[in-house]
Design a protein around this ligand. Structure first.
Ligand code: DSN
Length: 426
């Protein structure tokens, strides 16, 4: 008897996966942190490597049977070294990028930074969550805000951009052990060199979290912190288009502290199937087509932002330099949440988001966050961005008009049919 397929063994889960596959095909994915992993990445991630335990690092494991897994991990590391070593000055890193591909995702990668460099109670600084930072950069509800003394910096009241004078003043006053430079909802270029100078002034470790922009960084479309920061963390599934995972890059002198922080400090066995998916994504990122992709992500974001501005949307900071933008809906007399929910019904999937200095509550904020990585992976361009802007305008004016939302969902589906998404089964 052949082994049953998923559909035969578990028709309920098989049906749910098929529905999700269809939903992802028929709708426009504008969640800035989401993308479509390629079929090759999906195959590697769904492979027999999930069966293997491999505590330790290549050639120094605690279990036998690692001859294949070691090669997978070494390939992932060498490809990432190449993908993130292009065009960067590595002299301050001793000429080499140390890479750890074992963090289960971005949050564990960031926790490894704390474990490697801090003791509980130490002071740390990061961009506050309401200004576009991440939970793990010291937000009060996160372990990182509970176990460490967190001093958040913000963005300028008028500019909504990171105010380096404020960062410097706070760093001098509070002398953080770790200074984070990284964002989840910030539409502008990060000045890693300026952060380096501030970290040096106060003797802080500079940790750059490039989870959102790692694909852009690897392709040279956003400046790189590699060779500048002490440590760089990232997820692998956003603009980098790999499987769900994490990675850490650092200079040689911090390699052993960070490796020990990941294993055995925080984790047990690495997810080898994910490591294989990361290796495949790194190979894809080395292809010239990925550079074109990263450029197109930014070009699409700029078109989308300017089309929205032309329709009287307030785009924070007036536009974008990267893959995402934030809309402040205050001038339209509607909150972000009802519009996000109405857009979901219309087949346009994004998230409601706080805007800088938001006067509404985090669960019912004033803004929307939109990103172009996923639509660009489908091959959509300026023409489709214009359609998206028009639909968002229409829905935000009529969020309870169910027939209109259904009509737009039909139009969205028609456009999506012309742009098959990578990795989906059709
Ligand atoms: N959840 C991710 C995002 O949407 O930006 C950050 O971890």
């Amino acid at each position: 008897m052949p082994e049953p397929t998923l559909t035969q063994a578990d028709p309920e889960i098989a049906a749910l996966i098929a529905k999700e596959n269809q939903r992802e095909h028929d709708s426009m994915r504008l969640i800035a942190s989401e993308n479509y992993a390629s079929r090759a990445v999906m195959e590697a991630s769904g492979s027999c490597l999930t069966n293997k335990y491999s505590e330790g690092y290549a050639r120094k494991r605690y279990y036998e049977g690692q001859e294949i897994v070691d090669q997978v991990e070494e390939l992932a590391i060498s490809r990432l070294r190449e993908a993130f070593g292009r065009g960067v000055d590595l002299s301050a890193w001793g000429g080499e990028i140390h890479v750890n591909v074992q963090p289960y995702s971005g949050s564990p990668a960031n926790l490894a930074v704390y474990l490697a460099f801090c003791k509980p109670g130490d002071t740390i600084m990061g961009l506050g969550l309401p200004a576009g930072g991440h939970l793990t950069h010291g937000h009060a509800v996160s372990i990182t805000g509970k176990y460490f003394k967190s001093v958040p910096y913000g963005v300028g009241k008028e500019t909504h951009r990171i105010d380096l004078d404020e960062v410097r003043a706070l760093a001098k006053e509070h002398q953080p052990k770790v200074l984070w430079c990284g964002t989840t909802a910030y539409p502008r270029t990060l000045d890693f060199k300026a952060f380096r100078a501030i970290a040096d002034e106060v003797g802080a470790i500079l940790a750059c979290d490039i989870a959102h922009i790692s694909g852009l960084v690897s392709a040279g479309v956003h400046p790189s912190p590699i060779g500048i920061a002490d440590v760089v963390t990232s997820t692998t599934h956003k603009t980098f288009r790999g499987p769900r995972g994490g990675m850490i890059f650092c200079k040689k002198e911090h390699a052993s502290a960070l490796d020990r922080a990941v294993f055995p400090g925080l984790q047990g066995g690495p997810h080898n199937h994910t490591t294989a998916g990361i290796a495949v994504a790194a190979k894809e990122a080395l292809a010239p087509s990925f550079t074109e992709y990263a450029k197109a992500v930014v070009a699409n974001a700029k078109v989308l932002a300017s089309e929205l501005v032309a329709r009287d949307f307030v785009v924070t900071t007036g536009g974008t330099d990267n893959h995402l933008m934030l809309l402040d809906l205050t001038n339209r007399g509607v909150g972000g949440k009802p519009v996000a929910q109405a857009l979901d019904k219309a087949g346009i999937v994004l998230n409601y988001n706080a805007v800088p200095f938001d006067t509404r509550k985090p669960f019912d904020p004033s803004g929307l966050r939109l990103g172009t990585p996923a639509l660009t992976s489908r091959g959509m361009g300026a023409a489709e961005m214009k359609m998206v802007a028009a639909w968002i305008d229409d829905v935000s004016k009529n969020p309870t008009d169910e027939p209109k939302l259904a009509k737009i969902a039909g139009e969205v589906k028609e456009v999506c049919a012309k742009f098959p998404a990578p990795g989906l089964l059709l």
